[in-house]
Design a protein around this ligand. Structure first.
Ligand code: NAD
Ligand code: UDP
Length: 316
């Protein structure tokens, strides 16, 4: 950056996490370019930002090269829910891999710092619990989740090869399950599914016996972690786990949502999807030490805010 505001590219900026990130970057005085092909993202997510002269939406697919001048890149473009990323698995792999190559190429040409939205899915169905960054994972390379898991793993490989080979400034975050306002009501993720089902008084769909565990982070906490990671010195590359270590079974989550919504919904059991990880909890020691970061929003508070969002959306 020579003069004026920091120019920041957010790929996937019209999605759930991306829209919150764009909003926060604008609040921090950045000039934000959101590049999104609107596969799962929507203009609604960023409609409130479109009037801001320092915000720009560009309809672009990251599997194609992009020539822009920016100082920092957050690479978030990729469908994230199993239902969405399995809809066109070949495109999912291309988005992760070709998208990473294109964004890394851009970062190299303009000398930008680049952040990768990686995932706890790189750990697969983990045998190490909680998951630490040095755990190499247990991923089925040919299963229905592989397009996402292996795509994200290959993207990490590319990031570290560009760092080793070209000295790029990279920041890799491994994101654990995150929830909050602007999740898609129909993307099949557990928090949005349960809230929408409870609000509509429909049965809660529990996959398997509901004993599998997850750890849920509220979106505001996650975005704070992103910004802190991006602001670290060049010696910090990650990967760093960012997530909330409070672990619970999916069944407990269902009961909590039903109680908080005040719903009469019962539970209906459905088959556990193939390769669904049985347990997941981040070890966030590294994030605490390196970024001084811990999640602040309790699950009760975060769910309250998310339920209010879906309630308002359904009444609109
Ligand atoms: P999302 O589906 O809401 O957002 C993804 C965005 O990427 C959408 O706006 C979509 O239109 C866009 N996109 C998809 N393919 C694209 C392409 N080829 N070119 C340009 N844009 C494209 O999902 P999200 O939850 O906001 O996830 C954002 C990122 O964070 C993803 O990379 C995801 O893998 C990662 N992540 C999310 C979670 C989570 O719990 N939400 C967990 C781990 C990792
Ligand atoms: N799940 C469920 N009912 C639903 C949606 C999801 O029981 O309606 C379970 C799913 O099988 C998984 C967990 O909730 O064990 C989290 O699923 P999600 O798709 O949100 O994210 P994942 O962590 O699997 O990528």
């Amino acid at each position: 950056m020579k003069y004026g505001r920091k120019r920041v590219l957010v790929t996937g900026g019209a999605g759930f996490l991306g829209s919150h990130l764009c909003e926060r970057l604008l609040d921090d005085g950045c000039d934000v370019l959101c590049a999104d092909n609107l596969f799962t993202g929507t203009k609604d997510n960023i409609a409130h930002l479109l009037g801001n002269p320092y915000f720009e939406l560009m309809r672009h697919d990251v599997t194609f090269p992009l020539y822009v001048e920016v100082d920092e890149i957050y690479n978030l473009a990729c469908p994230a829910s199993p239902v969405h990323y399995q809809r066109d698995p070949v495109q999912t792999t291309k988005t992760s891999v070709h998208g990473a190559i294109n964004m890394l190429g851009l970062a190299k040409r303009v000398g930008a710092k680049i952040f990768q939205a990686s995932t706890s899915e790189v750990y697969g169905d983990p045998e190490v619990h909680p998951q630490t960054e040095n755990y190499r994972g247990s991923v089925n390379p040919i299963g229905p989740r592989a397009c996402y898991d292996e795509g994200k793993r290959c993207a990490e490989t590319l990031f570290f090869d560009y760092w080793r080979q070209h000295g790029l400034r990279i920041k890799v975050a491994r994101i654990f399950n995150t929830y909050g306002p602007r999740m898609h009501p129909d993307d099949g993720r557990v928090v949005s599914n349960f809230i929408v089902q409870a609000l509509e008084g429909r049965p809660i769909t529990l996959y398997g016996d509901g004993s599998q565990t997850r750890s849920f982070c509220f979106v505001d906490d996650l975005i704070e972690g992103f910004l802190r990671l991006m602001a670290t010195g060049d010696d910090v590359t990650g990967p760093i786990n960012i997530g909330n270590p409070r672990e619970m079974t999916v069944r407990e989550l269902a009961e909590m949502v039903v109680a908080m919504v005040g719903s009469k919904s019962g539970i209906v059991f459905q088959p556990l999807p193939a390769d669904d990880p049985l347990q997941r909890r981040p070890d966030i020691t590294l994030a605490k030490e390196t970024l001084g970061w811990t999640p602040k929003v309790t699950l009760e508070e975060g769910l309250e805010r998310t339920i209010a969002y879906f309630r308002a959306r359904m009444q609109a």
